[in-house]
Design a protein around this ligand. Structure first.
Ligand code: F58
Length: 834
């Protein structure tokens, strides 16, 4: 076979889409039936949807595994440099539709199943979401591995094989109830267990200092517990079906030999205890979308998957390069998705110092040229810090190494700011105090060769406010890579009607070259195209209306404006600003039944962290207000409020194609980027949003006339903060705000329970309104009046919606990945041999 490697990933993109594997319908049909019989032990007459789904997965997986084998062979033979994306979260969602589209076998499979009397859309509903992530950060990782495979880049995703992903949300009497998510109960047909690549991971214990023959000090860590890491591989199919990379997820297990003694001595229960402890590590995803302060298990999870992954990388490197470490950082780049895997930095140092016996400077040169770090938040409460005491107990050797990294770093600080103690305190990896803390952000910056933020404004604020001194010490280390989303999942697969229309208009290579959508702008004024575009939106809204009815019992009219806010529940994202405005509309309608507004359906989807009281109160408030409004005849069908339970990737795929309006209303400076904003706009929703995160770049792309921007800017928020913000100014001076907040304290929305929504009012007044909800209310309300006016002008709205889709080219995750390759990873594409 001939090997072809292209020099840059650009070369791959400028060529038209490769012919994906064209599989005959008959072959697919036979494979599905064969699996029904031979893998599942059933037949066409007995099989239910679940069995059909599994048989279809198995038939698809045959194709996937063949490409996986070829990809691995190509990467091995070419000894390629590869990126290793370390992430505690991968929010994959379902894989069937995505894999079929990326393999180019969706239509054939659909036809094959139809001939077997089975509906593909129905059986796809059988697949549980892989919800191994909380929100944007985890979904970004999923989009990135899709793009990496699509661009033929050698890459491995590394993470945790959680037994339970993010909790399933039920709503009972308006309140969020968390139920365990058991996504693997009936097996996951996509994953492959790799017992041949098990790793052993030490924990706890103590460090012994020894003197080697050469008089050099040697450190030996005597762990108190060893756990096994068992890898599960999920194939990641690139669009076009050529490159298939892997996502490798580690499951923890008890190390077998370790407790047999206890067992044989009759200590069956003690032995069981140790099993339970080891197996707890990968049991459950932490559902907090901030940090889990001081949770021992969380640090162990982070170390466990980082250490397993590093060992795996080193095993592969040694197969090609033996004990010669000199090429390590030119073959291996590790991207840290937030600080969660930052413990990999001292772990690599430990291996290089204690195992490979390299000297400090050599080890540090290798390590600090291997890691790069992505920051996803400026919120101080979300920056990870671990108590040094806890570190000492779980990872005693790593704490020593961190102290040494810090000591040497402090000498650098002294050179730049001689005698400046305050500066050392500020920059130190160790926060001094009664309880010493390890600052994982500082460790990540010191131990990486590049640090990036996730949108222009966010990266600018990382430089200006979060790490200004680091930027001064190492000019050029801090950079930006604006986030992106995969257009394969977020347009082609989730919105087939719009995708087909786009194919007809501009050809079918836009999924690989999203800037092509720009050509749609030529049709933005075309009456026929507008009609087609809006008809598809309408049909998607009809489909969502059916889903809403099924999930909540609420009837909504697809002719109303579908106004959508879907994201984790957080005060900074300001779902409560949306809610206050809904209450204002309700109040206006009650005061004046002829109040002029196009009917609107406000749709929410959001999970709250189980321990985040106010976030849960906001969910309750949304549901109570919804119930009151939806049952009030006086609003005349002009206003509906829907809270869709259990928001997740597969639900997003149904909501997004049906959205008219996208709510992106965070307090300026708080949302690092956002990615839902991109997905909604790509599907023709118009954004109402603040100048925050990627909204700013979206506005630049679509133009100010095609987006509804409102609210205070970052600078204005800063200024307001400095002069002293008093929410009572707004309460006392704006009658509408006062009336709404007071309304919350009555029992109008919670019959018989006055005060049940008071915590909301309280947080906005006595609580100081930390996210400036009241300061932005008027401007938000005015922006909504503009939305209403724009929608009433159907031609204008259609044009704006088309232009939103047309201008989203920048936000493909392929562009993000190309930026990473150019600015950070310096990778080359590697074509897979036929
Ligand atoms: C998100 N962070 C940002 N964190 O909030 C969002 O603006 C950005 O678009 C996205 O990352 C991708 O860059 C986020 O989702 C988490 O969920 C973490 C979960 C684990 C604890 C810390 C927060």
């Amino acid at each position: 076979t001939s090997k072809t490697t292209t020099k840059t990933p650009k070369a791959r993109l400028s060529t038209p889409i490769d012919k994906s594997i064209k599989l005959d319908k008959k072959i697919i049909k036979d494979a599905i039936v064969r699996h029904l019989h031979c893998s599942l032990g059933t037949d066409e007459n007995k099989a239910n949807n679940h069995a059909w789904w599994k048989a279809t997965c198995a038939a698809v997986q045959e194709q996937v595994l063949e490409q996986l084998r070829k990809t691995q062979k190509s990467h091995y033979l070419n000894d390629t440099r590869a990126v290793h994306y370390f992430s505690a979260e991968f929010l994959m969602g379902r894989l069937m539709s995505n894999n079929l589209h990326n393999l180019g076998m969706f239509e054939q499979t659909q036809q094959a199943l139809t001939e077997l009397g089975v509906n593909l859309t129905d059986i796809m509903e059988e697949e549980p979401d892989m919800a191994l992530g909380n929100g944007g950060l985890g979904r970004l990782a999923a989009c990135f591995i899709d793009s990496l495979a699509t661009l033929d880049l050698p890459a491995v995703g590394y993470g945790l094989h959680y037994e339970h992903g993010l909790f399933r949300q039920e709503i009972k009497n308006g309140e969020q109830i968390e139920r365990p998510d058991s996504w693997r109960d009936y097996g996951n047909p996509w994953e492959i267990c790799r017992p041949e690549s098990i790793q052993e991971i030490p924990l706890y214990g103590y460090v012994e200092t020894k003197y080697g023959d050469n008089g050099r000090i040697k450190k030996e860590w005597h762990p108190g517990l060893i756990v096994k890491g068992l890898p599960w591989d999920i194939p990641v199919v690139g669009y076009g079906g050529k490159t298939v990379n892997v996502l490798r997820l580690w499951q923890s297990q008890a190390s077998d030999y370790f407790n047999w003694d206890v067992f044989n001595a009759g200590g069956y229960l003690d032995a069981q205890k140790e099993n339970v402890q080891a197996e707890t590590i990968s049991k459950v995803l932490y559902p907090n979308d901030e940090t889990e302060a001081g949770k021992e298990l969380r640090l162990i999870q982070q170390y466990f998957f980082s250490a397993c992954s590093l060992k795996d990388i080193i095993r592969r490197y040694k197969r090609a390069h033996g004990d010669n470490w000199s090429r390590f950082s030119s073959q291996v780049v590790i991207q840290l998705n937030d600080t969660h895997p930052a413990i990999a930095i001292p772990e690599l140092m430990r291996i290089l110092l204690d195992r490979a016996e390299l000297d400090w400077d050599t080890a540090w040169a290798i390590s600090s040229n291997t890691f790069a770090y992505t920051n996803h938040t400026l919120l101080p409460e979300a920056l990870e810090k671990w108590p040094a005491r806890m570190f000492e107990k779980i990872l005693p050797r790593h704490l020593e190494i961190i102290y040494e990294i810090n000591h040497r770093f402090m000498l650098e600080v002294e050179k730049v700011w001689p005698g400046n103690v305050a500066m050392k305190q500020k920059l130190s990896i160790i926060e001094e105090g009664s309880d010493k803390m390890v600052r994982m952000g500082n460790l990540s910056v010191v131990g990486s060769f590049k640090v990036n933020g996730v949108a222009e404004i966010h990266s600018a604020l990382v430089k200006k406010n979060l790490f200004p001194e680091f930027d001064h010490m190492w000019p050029g280390k801090l950079t930006n890579v604006t986030n992106g989303i995969t257009p394969r999942r977020w347009l082609k697969a989730c919105n087939p009607k719009l995708s087909n229309l786009i194919d007809d208009k501009i050809g079918s290579d836009w999924p690989l070259d999203l800037n092509k959508l720009q050509e749609l702008a030529n049709y933005a004024d075309n009456a026929k195209f507008q009609k087609q575009f809006m008809q598809i939106k309408f049909e998607n809204k009809q489909a969502l209306a059916i889903e809403i009815k099924a999930l909540t019992g609420i009837d909504v009219d697809p002719k109303a404006i579908f106004d959508v806010q879907i994201k984790r529940l957080h005060e900074y994202k300001r779902q409560h600003l949306n809610l206050l405005h809904i209450m204002a509309l309700y109040r206006r309608l009650l005061a004046n039944p002829n109040y002029d507004m196009h009917p609107r359906v406000f749709i929410f989807g959001a999970k709250a962290a189980p321990g985040y009281k106010l976030a849960k109160d906001i969910i309750y408030a949304i549901n109570q207000v919804a119930t009151r409004i939806n049952n009030d005849k006086r609003v005349n069908g002009k206003l509906k409020v829907v809270f869709l339970p259990n928001y997740r990737v597969s639900l997003a795929e149904k909501i997004i194609p049906a959205a008219d309006v996208s709510e992106q209303i965070s307090t300026a400076g708080k949302e690092a980027s956002g990615t839902g904003n991109m997905k909604l706009s790509l599907n023709g929703a118009l954004t109402i949003g603040t100048l925050d995160g990627a909204n700013i770049e979206i506005a630049e792309e679509v133009g100010d006339e095609n987006i509804f921007i409102f609210g205070l800017t970052v600078d204005e928020i800063d200024a307001l903060h400095k002069t002293g913000y008093n929410p009572f100014d707004y309460y006392d001076n704006n009658r509408e705000i006062k009336a709404i907040l007071d309304w919350l304290e009555t029992d109008y929305f919670t019959p018989g329970k006055p005060g049940a929504l008071a915590s909301l009012k309280h947080s906005l007044l006595e609580g100081g309104d930390p996210y400036k909800v009241l300061a932005d209310f008027e401007s938000y309300s005015a922006a909504h009046e503009k939305v209403d006016a724009a929608y009433k002008d159907t031609t204008r709205w259609a044009k704006m919606a088309i232009l939103n889709s047309a201008k989203m080219g920048k936000f493909t995750s392929d562009r993000s990945i190309k930026d990473y390759v150019e600015r950070i990873w310096k990778l080359e594409a590697c074509k897979v041999d036929e």
